[in-house]
Write a protein that binds this ligand. Structure first.
Ligand code: F55
Length: 878
């Protein structure tokens, strides 16, 4: 399907204007005719929201103009396209990013000023597009930014959720409340509805002789969201799908007076794109979730295939040379079966031809090794919702296993030669058990052992896409990650250590079969949003110092800052900017929470989803101990403390029991510490409510220390660590995820590294833990304070305390207790270095200077070269 440009190549049509006075006229025009503001109120007498809408409508014209030219050009050139399939795109706000990327900031600031407003105020009138949970969704947003900037022909494909990530409020007890995110209430000027681009999506029904007759059909309608590149005429596309009923209204029911039934179909269809599932680390097993996944995958594949067909009719062998679909985690992996179905059932290809094409057209990224996040759909659920797909998956599974038979047979024979046949085959320990989920019910284990399994069958089963649920005998599951691995040409992890771990653990058997399929693509973040736009002070200093403003598109240029790391004058300027950013943040925090913050202390920040593996708990325990030390110190001793502001931000999944307790504990500690007159400015504890992308844009430039303290081996990569690094913020962290690569770039000695590393964790969990008793007295003291009611609610916090201290109730799976002592040692180092501001600043400069590798431009270039084989197609300037 082509995108038809209304301008139809007519270069004579007037392009949106680029000088302040004509831009001003455009804004006024849009205020009157798009916003519908009464002319006697324009421009004064309007609220910021309305003016924002007028300005956004005018910026939109620039975007659409370049968007149409880009898409027309790409369509004409017909290069290979990458389609980034993701259930989440955490975009944040668009106004400033669009204005900056289009290089119209000066123009718009001026135009808006003449109307009596300033651009910053209007920026804050925009709703956040929070169509994602956290790292995975924000990564997708950074990636499409880089794709456009690098002129790579490609689109993002996802879901236009009506409600994004829930809004978080903190009640007076410190408890998290979830509120709906009604982000479309003020309209969305950044999207282009495409009522003419729709696809039918089927569900349920039956299969007769390979022919699927869906029992329910809905419509997917496209919305295009232009994605401007920076310093390029390219504007890419994020196409999001909305679910609609085939028939708006059941007239018969209406005429019979059954009014609610008349709209029932509509409601049911709209439910599919209604709400983002707010969990970032646990799968749901809910049918609606699978419906969402299939809905957007099917629409996206149908759309891309239609576009291919319009150019190349039935030459399907050419598809792998024209399209590649990158699957962002397991959420879109039903694509393996859907692409097979479309090629076989709709385009009449035979199985082998279709399978050959699929395996050259799909690629898969894994973002986690946490067993509870790996999606496994019960065969019953999948088979009911998508009967034809289950049939296809079943066939993929048996052909796949058949292809391994000879190999496995040889392996078994070899094994038997070495060890004469034992009565029973060695049993695989279920992965989830290895990784610490509750143990398999013992009874089930015993029963299993009683069965005599054919050793070849047993060996083959470890490769099974469809397998038995280890917790529930007789219940079969479709392992979506395995389906993706088998159906893809490439599989990648998101940081070096993570890519290594997946080869050794969750995909070990697959790696041994096809080692070349497995790759690493270390994550990156867009330096436009995360340095240039969010930290204008630092950006200006960098440009002035390097003597070029080319660095946002060529981030390795930042190495040029290294030579200034010891320069006292430069350090002074560097510090002054950090201080301004801290003051700006303090003002925002005051406005949102009422808390007054001094700007002299060390700003220490941990922002990320609340999760036990990310160990916000470890952080708050050390804060509690610090509080105790300050309180029990004499006035003279107090002078020796390095003042700190500790800031937390993050949402807990609504059903995550422990995470919610951690949120409450942090808030309770803040309530007590912040009003304690003994503490004064030596310690402040802030929980910023409703942490989101624009909080991040204010917090990161102001941060001096950030906490990246996950249990080694659990955080696949982390991406906020990269954003902090770019902004000259020092890291206290474990040797986990991308911290390791950051340490390589910056010099490990410049980070505050602590704790067990990934190789030590299993031995501790499986052995040492049993007899370990070296609880740090400071750790015991902090827990005692929680338990004695220093922060109130001691009963409520009891099990949180037990979870890291009472091995009969829990096993401290994430190593809070054993890592505590070294964490405190690292914290002491932090205090010591902070007192030497020159040394601190030197390190800070080295962080920024060493952050070039973590530009998502580098990441995307590697995807394009090493997986996608997609080449840049720059759009000629207008
Ligand atoms: C969302 C939904 C489900 Cl069902 C499972 C996981 C998620 C999710 O949001 N995961 C996520 O954010 N993973 C993170 O991805 C980042 C980008 O690769 C990594 O940096 C981070 O380590 C990882 O936890």
């Amino acid at each position: 399907r082509e995108i038809v440009s209304p301008s139809n190549g007519a270069s004579s049509t007037s392009r949106p204007s680029k000088d302040p006075s004509s831009v001003q006229a455009d804004v006024l025009q849009n205020l009157e005719f798009v916003v519908g503001a009464p002319s006697n109120k324009i421009p004064n007498g309007l609220d910021a929201k309305s003016v924002y809408r007028g300005v956004a409508a005018s910026v939109r014209e620039h975007l659409i103009d370049a968007f149409n030219r880009t898409q027309d050009y790409w369509s004409e050139k017909d290069p290979k396209f990458v389609y980034y399939l993701s259930a989440e795109f955490l975009m944040g706000r668009s106004l400033m990013n669009a204005v900056q990327n289009l290089e119209l900031t000066g123009t718009y600031s001026e135009a808006v000023k003449q109307l009596g407003y300033d651009l910053e105020t209007l920026r804050d009138a925009e709703q956040n597009a929070a169509l994602g949970n956290g790292g995975l969704g924000r990564l997708a947003a950074c990636f499409i930014d880089s794709m456009a900037t690098l002129n790579l022909p490609g689109w993002g494909y996802g879901i236009r959720y009506k409600y994004g990530m829930f809004k978080q409020a903190i009640d007076e007890k410190g408890y998290q409340q979830e509120l709906p995110d009604i982000w479309l209430s003020n309209g969305n000027p950044w999207e282009i509805p495409r009522p003419d681009i729709t696809f039918k999506i089927g569900f349920y029904g039956s299969v007769d002789n390979f022919k699927w007759s869906p029992g329910e059909t809905i419509i997917a309608k496209a919305y295009d969201n232009p994605i401007p590149g920076y310093k390029t005429a390219t504007v890419g596309n994020l196409r999001l799908w909305e679910a609609l009923p085939v028939d708006e209204f059941d007239l018969t029911a209406f005429n019979e007076g059954k009014y609610d039934k008349a709209v029932e179909q509509r409601r049911k269809a709209e439910d599919i794109s209604a709400v983002l599932y707010p969990n970032d680390a646990t799968e749901y097993g809910k049918e609606l979730r699978l419906k969402q996944q299939f809905f957007f995958v099917s629409a996206s594949l149908q759309d891309a295939l239609a576009r291919f067909k319009a150019k190349h009719s039935d030459n399907w062998q050419l598809l792998p040379e024209k399209a590649v679909f990158q699957m962002n985690d397991t959420h879109p992996t039903i694509a393996v079966a859907e692409l097979m179905r479309l090629l076989i059932d709709e385009q009449n290809l035979d199985w082998d031809t279709a399978w050959g094409i699929v395996q050259k057209t799909l690629a898969f990224t894994n973002h986690t090794v946490m067993p509870e996040a790996l999606e496994k759909w019960p065969v019953k659920v999948l088979g009911k919702l998508l009967p034809r797909h289950l049939e296809i998956i079943d066939k993929i599974d048996s052909i796949w296993k058949d292809s391994l038979k000879e190999k496995v047979l040889a392996q078994v024979e070899e094994m038997h030669k070495k060890n004469p046949p034992k009565p029973k085959a060695a049993k695989e320990v279920p992965l989830a058990k290895k990784a610490g989920a509750p143990a398999v019910p013992e009874q089930a284990e015993e029963e299993e052992e009683e069965e005599e399994e054919d050793p070849v069958e047993a060996a083959l089963n470890k490769y099974g896409i469809i397998t038995e649920n280890p917790w529930e005998k007789g219940v079969k599951l479709v392992n979506m990650a395995y389906l993706a691995v088998v159906g893809s040409k490439a599989v990648n992890g998101v940081a070096a250590i993570h890519s290594d771990i997946i080869k050794r653990t969750i995909f070990k058997d697959f790696f041994e079969l096809t080692p070349n399929k497995f790759q690493n693509k270390t994550n990156g973040v867009t330096p436009r949003r995360w340095l240039a736009w969010c930290n204008p002070g630092l950006a200006a200093l960098i440009t002035e110092t390097l003597g070029t403003d080319a660095w946002p598109n060529d981030l390795n240029l930042l190495t040029g800052l290294r030579q200034y790391a010891d320069d006292k004058d430069f350090q002074k300027k560097w510090r002054a900017i950090k201080h301004e950013n801290k003051a700006r943040l303090a003002a925002k925090i005051k406005e949102r929470t009422g808390i007054d913050l001094p700007t002299e202390p060390l700003y220490d920040i941990q922002i990320k989803r609340i999760h036990e593996y990310k160990r916000q708990y470890l952080n708050i325990l050390s804060v509690i101990y610090r509080y105790h030390e300050i309180k029990t110190a004499s006035p003279e001793e107090r002078k020796k403390f390095v003042p700190r502001v500790t800031i937390f931000g993050g949402k807990a999944a609504s059903a995550y029991y422990m995470a919610k307790k951690i949120v409450r504990l942090i808030n309770r500690v803040g309530m007590v510490v912040n009003k304690d007159p003994d503490v004064k400015d030596l310690l402040k504890v802030v929980f910023v409510p409703d942490y989101n992308v624009d909080w991040a844009e204010a917090l990161i430039p102001a941060a001096e220390l950030c906490q990246q303290i996950s249990t080694a081996g659990t955080e696949a990569s982390g991406t906020s660590n990269m954003k902090f690094q770019m902004n000259g913020c020092l890291i206290i962290g474990t040797m986990d995820g991308a911290n390791i690569e950051i340490a390589e770039e910056v010099g490990k000695e410049n980070l505050f590294i602590f704790g067990m590393d990934e190789s030590e964790v299993p031995a501790w969990r499986e052995g040492k833990r049993a007899e370990w008793k070296d609880y740090d007295p400071r750790f015991v003291k902090a827990l005692d304070m929680i338990k004695d009611g220093t922060f109130g609610d001691e009963e409520y916090f009891q099990d949180l305390a037990d979870s890291v201290s009472d091995m009969s109730k829990s096993n401290d799976w994430f190593l809070v207790a054993p890592d505590f002592t070294d964490y405190m040692r690292a914290q002491d180092d932090v205090d010591k270095i902070y007192q030497d501001q020159d040394e601190w600043t030197r390190r800070s400069i080295l962080y920024t200077a060493g952050s070039g590798f973590f530009s998502s431009d580098r990441t995307i270039k590697q995807y394009a070269d090493e997986i996608w084989d997609v080449k840049p197609v720059p759009v000629p300037a207008a």
